[in-house]
Ligand binder design. Sequence first.
Ligand code: ADP
Ligand code: MG
Length: 378
Amino acid sequence: MEATPAAATGGEDCCVKVAVHVRPLIADEKLQGCKDCVTVVTGKPQVQIGSHSFTFDHVYGSTGSPSSAMFGECVASLVDGLFQGYNATVLAYGQTGSGKTYTMGTGFKDGYQGGIIPQVMSVLFDKIETLKHQSEFQLHVSFIEILKEEVRDLLDPSFLSKPETANGHAGKVTVPGKPPIQIRETSNGVITLAGSTEVSVTSLKEMAACLEQGSLSRATGSTNMNNQSSRSHAIFTITLEQMRKLNSTSEISANDTMNEEYLCAKLHLVDLAGSERAKRTGSDGLRFKEGVHINKGLLALGNVISALGDEKKRKEGAHVPYRDSKLTRLLQDSLGGNSRTVMIACISPADINAEETLNTLKYANRARNIQNKPVVNR
Ligand code: ADP
Ligand code: MG
């Protein structure tokens, strides 16, 4: 008999864990004379801005080694859960420039190595190494982005990445005639992506190459806020298939044949689009439309998380609006139920971003209510 993991019994690892990552003031903000307006309370997972105070599961400031603490406290148990067959999702939320890509490690500038995804990869392969005598493993990776409610395959070699053009528009084009990627649901509720590349990987190096390739293909465009502004949700998904040999004396059947157990689980690592409202990008009509679509995914995500958090309604079988956006539809089998979810709200400490920082903290606070624990907001 398999041990029942905590998630299946509603243990503390189920539902949504919410952490805040406060990045330091960056050079550009210092040049503008910005002041730090965010306080991380010592010894408590609490963050203060103006007269507002929020408590989360964890708060990481810019001192110590926040990324390794974050990995250990928020993500390591999700990687362990994969080996027990549990799907999981890690979401980085926040305005453009708040540190989502740095935190997740979906970029190639500073911070990439310490990001969550490289740490997940390293722990995953270490664990496979220690378990290889009792199980056979297969790993697959996909890397997609959702832009304007369209799913795009970042690992598709027919995506041509060109350097950003002078007018600031990303120079990425698709090969004409390629059918769009479809999100499908199997009869047993498994969400699949029809038409996207799934790469089978056998080493850390191969998996890191997928992360690199997809990160380079990722659509970027300029806005007033940040010339590397991410207007899309980027989702790096690791699927772990496991054939576990049940070979202890008691597990061997009478005729001495080897029993096997098959487990499959996936981990979505999501670098969400910037949460700032479209009007702040101050761009043309086209860009505004993208902003509206981005907000659709983030809005739907907020609604799904709230619906999941209302335990009473959930028990009554209340509707969870996964179908309201491509983002939530794609994450449907890995958000809620027995899945484990971590949301990392990324914030800038700069006073010029105070309004968006407060919005991010409010959104994250709403997600935290999912645990039905009292939220201290004094
Ligand atoms: P986002 O993906 O939310 O738009 P980025 O991850 O690109 O934001 O971060 C914006 C800038 O801030 C980058 O120059 C990045 O290197 C820097 N930065 C983000 N987080 C940190 C951090 N924790 N420590 C130091 N610099 C950071
Ligand atoms: Mg980014």
